[in-house]
Design a protein. Structure first.
Lengths: 258, 162, 714
């Protein structure tokens, strides 16, 4: 369908589309393909190791899946999104595929190392959610591609955190979402993932790599050193958000110090 | 384009343009004025309807997305016993509103009670967050919906008894 | 068009403006100025389809202005543009989308002048109003003071977010021009339309539609839009409706005035407040309707609730080239209370005293002299209010504990940052406003032969919470209307069910003035009492039906002259205190309220449940102004982003709200209390935040940079 209608607008929840078009009459392109009820975009597959969600599943439907089916970090992100009525319309695929900025689900999914299936007219492939951001931290879903499924690993976490900062009304210029997931074993930090996204996205694996393997609790010097690295790496963010990011990182590292 | 859907229990076919919003279609073509076309960004909740049983802001739904679906507006819902339960509950609690946001609030309450017949105050406040209006007293909203839950439970109990 | 049937149906069904449709109706879109200051040279649109009209200043038969509280407001600007977005023309036609398109695409050529946005420092020609008053000798008091604090307190614009966007509908109804709109003052709409049409007032009838929540945002602007509708109805010879979209309403209708209060306060060695000096600047935007009233109220409240012998207040209402800024849940006292109450908590902290105790030492007493020269005749119920609040919130323990923690903390490991703040204020009611009808307002009461009573007052336009059942019938339930009905029923000795309020259209009800400053309680209710008493006196002597008209003589306006002010600012004052407790999120440092306690004294309270509910709603709104509501001007205009980013608080995540009302002890008339949270919550919030962070905050909305800077310093 994409091949024969390359300029068509794919429509599922559409909350972001119609919200941006503030006027009474929304000017749509001549061709619209409604995908919200395509079965293949609404499948849920649950295994011991992961959950797979079709891109057209709504936020509300995800939250209604049985307990423990959805990672708590993702549930936290979705529960804080808009209002229950909007969550009945907004789809997880639409939330990830926003071209102008990152929305609420990206940081949590990035921390969880979720994969997304990207399809274009000829092929399909799975990529890490983090790759939906380019090297400048900007949205990078390839043009002409459609996000069709998500696969989210189900792993136990010892610590998770999710915070929304800035203007709570969405989408705002200075708003962003912060997510953290960490795991330790026998006093050693085995996983540490931190993601932050608003207009731009940050997931700094190099720094995470340095933190993982450390003994807990982190010492004061280690904490300060990592905080400083994070702050430096946050330079792509605008000043207001850099501030906030710095404070969130402090909070995250503080968690590891206790 | 033509859009065929079920509106308050009736099969209807509407002629729409692609950019028409469902809220405007319902108000202008069907005279269903219970919902208001206000913020047009899905935040005020004054345009809430039930779409396949779920509350959605109809200002964020293009009319063409109603195809093949069931739409219930406050006018349709007002014919149900559930509506009476909720209105009774609100009246008992003394909940007074500006009148512009009632439709949304009633429908949000309805879907909550359908899903959770005995909601907690936190669940009530979460669900009713879909409607934002300066007229609303959160304490009375909670009391009203708890009272509505009571009426609903009693009605269903009596019905089951028959 | 079966108008008579429609009208009866409209009135009985309480149809709102958004839902009103008349056959053949045209929709009005507004052409807006693209510049903040200058003049219009040329306007051109695409070729208009047959049924569409372009309306420009030349098309106005009467005056191209309306009058509002001492200001002249151009209806369609031309020679002098005052703000970006100011209406300069109208397009009317059957399709609202097309009309809006035509208006948006119009070519507008202007001569542009340098706009004036600066208001905290300003030039003399920007001064719309000035007030100066001095009591005692503040300079001397400051020179010998033991403690002096000084800061500038500023508060930003707020959006009313009333229940329905602004608009109006006009149509010819036989020999009259009929106007439907939601307004706080139907007669102002009538007079404005008559002025614009160049006709007699009696040739215009206003039929108010449900008003909903207004927060004083619909005092004069509905009249402005009504005149636009009237022009379009006249031009098209059809019913004409102008209904702003919510976005348009947000960006172009009046907002709360911004304020900057430079405050100095001094105490003597015993910690008693010895001097207060305020320099107030209010940004009233363009034209400045209500500027004088707001400045007056702000300045009158200059000493707040404190007994101070030496006060100086110097206030300026400053015009800028932004949209008109004005009233928001009251007429300005909240600006002063915000400054004073935040400062007084800071003073107490500087002196090492509990703010409750410091305020108790300095509060006004019976016999205290106010800045207006008036002597206070009753003791403010501070002791009782503060004691009840202390008890309910556990203030003493929490304040001491949070002070201790703040002073001794060394880092995050010490736990979350918490603070608790307290503010105390009054709400005046019944103040006279400049530019009001000299002959006074009135209310009429009729008792008919069936012993049914009808209350006729145009103030009923502001009553009526309606349930839109969506099935045709609408019930009307409103606290204020019930108070009026109760008053009439009590005096006349009839059932409350036999008392009704007449639909407030201007042909059937007398002008009772603007519904503002709690006049519904303090003025209208008294007029109803008087009229009912007059009927009662004649009732068993004269045959029914009987009617009585009770006329309100406004008190003399306050006189400002030569650095002094004299007069009685209010008919009555309600008193109230608020405590806010909050905690900072340890990760984001965003304040999270843990509880709000409000105690108010409002005279005789007809319905405790309703009064509590009104206070809770106002508390939520006031909290929203602390946490979330802020809007920015970009190049003199509110940007589209602001519309998307602005939001009021919903029902989720609210702190517990505790309301306590003092009832029964005083045999006083009912008083308005709904503004008290706006006067007290912001200062209590900032005081709590200051305690939590150890840093002094003095402006709302909170800037995250400011908060983080405070956290870094901590």
């Amino acid at each position: 369908m994409l091949k024969s209608h390359p300029k068509a607008l794919l429509y599922a929840g559409g909350t972001d589309i119609l919200r941006e078009k503030g006027s009474r009459f929304a000017a749509f392109p001549a061709e619209i393909i409604v995908v919200s009820r395509l079965n293949e975009l609404r499948q849920v597959v649950l295994t011991e190791r992961f959950i797979e969600l079709g891109a057209a599943i709504t936020m509300a439907e995800i939250l209604e899946l049985r307990e423990n089916a959805v990672p708590e970090l993702l549930a936290l992100a979705l529960r804080g999104l808009a209002t229950p009525a909007v969550r009945n319309l907004a789809t997880i695929g639409g939330n990830l595929a926003c071209s102008s900025r990152f929305l609420d689900s990206w940081p949590a999914l990035a921390c969880l190392d979720a994969l997304v299936e990207i399809r274009d007219a000829g092929s399909s492939r799975w990529i890490n959610v983090s790759r939906l951001a380019d090297e400048n931290g900007l949205p990078a879903l390839p043009y002409g591609c459609v996000l069709t499924r998500l696969r989210i690993p189900l792993e136990p976490w010892d610590a998770i955190a999710l915070r929304k900062v800035g203007n709570a009304n969405y989408p705002s210029r200075d708003g962003a979402v912060f997510a953290l997931a960490a795991r330790s074993e026998k006093g050693i930090l085995t996983e540490f993932r931190l993601a932050f996204a608003g207009q731009k996205a940050l997931r700094l694996r190099e720094i995470e790599g340095k933190i993982v393997g450390r003994k807990l609790p982190l010492g004061k010097k280690e904490r300060e050193s990592f905080a400083s690295e994070y702050r430096e790496a946050a330079s792509p963010l605008d000043a207001k958000l850099r501030f906030r990011f710095g404070a969130l990182v402090d909070g995250a590292l503080d968690l590891l110090s206790r | 384009m033509r859009v065929a859907f079920i509106l308050n229990g009736d099969d209807v076919i509407a002629k729409v343009r692609s950019g028409d919003r469902l809220v405007d279609l319902l108000r202008e073509s069907y005279g269903l004025l219970g919902g208001c076309a206000d913020c047009r960004k899905g935040s005020c909740g004054k345009c809430l309807i039930l779409l396949d049983g779920r509350t959605v802001p109809s200002c964020l739904v293009p009319a063409f997305m109603a195809t093949g679906r069931e739409v219930i507006t406050i006018e349709g819902f007002a014919q149900t016993d559930e509506y009476d339960d909720i209105v009774k509950g609100f009246d008992e609690a003394g909940l007074e509103t500006c009148g512009f946001c009632d439709a949304g609030r009633i429908l949000a309450a309805a879907t909550l009670l359908e899903r959770k017949p005995r909601p907690s105050p936190e669940e009530i406040l979460e669900e009713l967050d879909s409607v934002k209006c300066r007229c609303a007293d959160p304490v009375l909203i909670v009391r009203g919906i708890l009272a509505a839950a009571e009426h609903r439970a009693r009605r269903l109990y009596h019905r089951a008894g028959k | 068009m079966a108008l008579r049937r429609d009208r009866a149906e409209i009135e009985s069904s309480g149809t709102s403006l958004s839902d009103l449709e008349f056959e053949g109706m045209v929709h009005v879109a507004t052409l807006r100025s693209p510049v903040s200051r200058g003049s219009v040279k040329e306007i051109s649109t695409r070729k208009l389809p047959k049924e569409y009209r372009l309306i420009l200043p030349n098309d106005i038969p009467g005056a191209n202005r309306i009058l509002s509280f001492g200001a002249e407001i151009p209806l369609l600007a031309s020679a002098s543009i005052s703000y970006r977005g100011e209406p300069i023309g109208l397009v009317a036609g059957p399709d609202p989308v097309l009309a809006a398109e035509i208006a948006a695409e119009a070519t507008i050529v202007c001569d542009e002048e340098d706009p004036r946005f600066s208001w905290e420092s300003f030039s003399s020609d920007q001064v719309r109003a000035k007030r100066v008053a001095v009591m005692g000798d503040p300079d001397l008091a400051f020179s010998i003071a033991a403690t002096v604090i000084e800061d500038t307190f500023s508060s930003g614009c707020l959006e009313h977010f009333y229940s329905e966007a602004q608009g109006a509908l006009a149509l010819f109804d036989y020999d009259k021009m009929a106007i439907y709109c939601a307004t706080q003052w139907p007669y102002h709409v009538r007079e404005s339309a008559a002025l614009v049409l160049g006709c007699k007032s009696e040739e215009v009838v206003v039929r108010p539609t449900p008003l909903g929540v207004h927060l004083d945002g619909k005092l004069w602007y509905p009249s402005f839009l009504a005149c636009h509708a009237v022009l379009a109805a006249r031009a098209c010879k059809k019913p004409a409706k102008i209904l702003l979209t919510r976005e348009e309403d947000f960006r172009y209708t009046p907002k709360r005035a911004r304020s900057s209060v430079a405050l100095r306060a001094a105490t003597d060695p015993a910690g008693r407040l010895s001097a207060v000096d305020l320099r107030i600047a209010l940004n009233v935007g363009a034209i400045g309707p209500l500027a004088e009233e707001i400045l007056t109220q702000t300045c009158i409240a200059a000493s707040g609730t404190y007994d101070c012998a030496n006060i100086r207040v110097e206030g300026y209402a400053v015009e800028t080239n932004t949209l008109p800024l004005g009233a928001f849940a009251g007429l300005g006292a909240s600006h002063s209370f915000f400054a004073l109450e935040t400062a007084s908590s800071r003073l107490a902290e500087t002196l090492g005293e509990d703010p409750m105790d410091w305020k108790a030492k300095n509060i006004l007493k019976k016999g205290s002299r106010l800045i207006t020269g008036e002597i206070l005749h009753e003791e403010p119920p501070y002791a009782e209010i503060s004691e009840r609040l202390c008890h309910a919130s556990d203030w003493r323990r929490k304040y001491a504990c949070y002070e201790l923690v703040r002073k001794r903390r060394s880092g995050r490991a010490d736990g979350p940052l918490r603070g608790i703040g307290f503010a105390f204020a009054y709400q005046g009611a019944g103040a006279p406003l400049s530019g009001e009808t000299p002959s006074g307002y009135s209310v009429e009461v009729v008792l008919d032969m069936e012993l049914s009573c009808t209350i006729k007052t145009s103030a009923a336009a502001s009553c009526g919470s309606t349930r839109r059942k969506g099935a045709g019938r609408v019930e009307s339930r409103d606290g204020l209307a019930d108070i009026w009905r109760g008053t009439a029923a009590d005096i006349l000795g009839i059932e409350i069910g036999s008392v009704c309020i007449a639909p407030p259209d201007t042909d059937s009800t007398p002008d009772s003035g603007p519904a503002v400053l709690s006049r519904g309680i303090s003025v209208i209710n008294r007029l109803i009492e008087r009229a009912c008493n007059a009927i009662q006196k004649r009732r068993f002597r004269d045959p029914l039906p009987l009617s009585s008209k009770s006329i309100y003589r406004q008190p003399k306006p306050i006189r400002w002259e030569d650095g002094s002010v004299a007069g009685s600012p209010f008919g009555s004052a309600a008193w109230g205190g608020t405590i806010v407790e909050l905690e900072l999120d340890p990760w984001t440092f965003e304040p999270k309220p843990l509880g709000i306690w409000i105690c108010a004294e409002g005279g005789t309270i007809a319905s405790v449940a309703r009064a509590e509910s009104a206070l809770r709603r106002a508390a939520v709104d006031a909290l929203g102004s602390c946490l979330r509501e802020s809007l920015d001007f970009e190049d003199g205009e509110i940007g589209v982003h602001s519309y998307f980013e602005y939001g009021i608080l919903g029902s989720q995540g609210l702190p517990p709200l505790f309301i306590d009302l003092l009832v029964g002890k005083r045999k006083a008339s009912p008083k308005g209390i709904g503004e008290l949270p706006y006067d007290t919550v912001p200062a209590a919030f900032l005081s709590a935040l200051s305690q939590a962070t150890g840093s002094a905050f003095s402006s709302l909305p909170l800037s995250s940079e400011r908060l983080f800077k405070a956290m870094e310093e901590t």
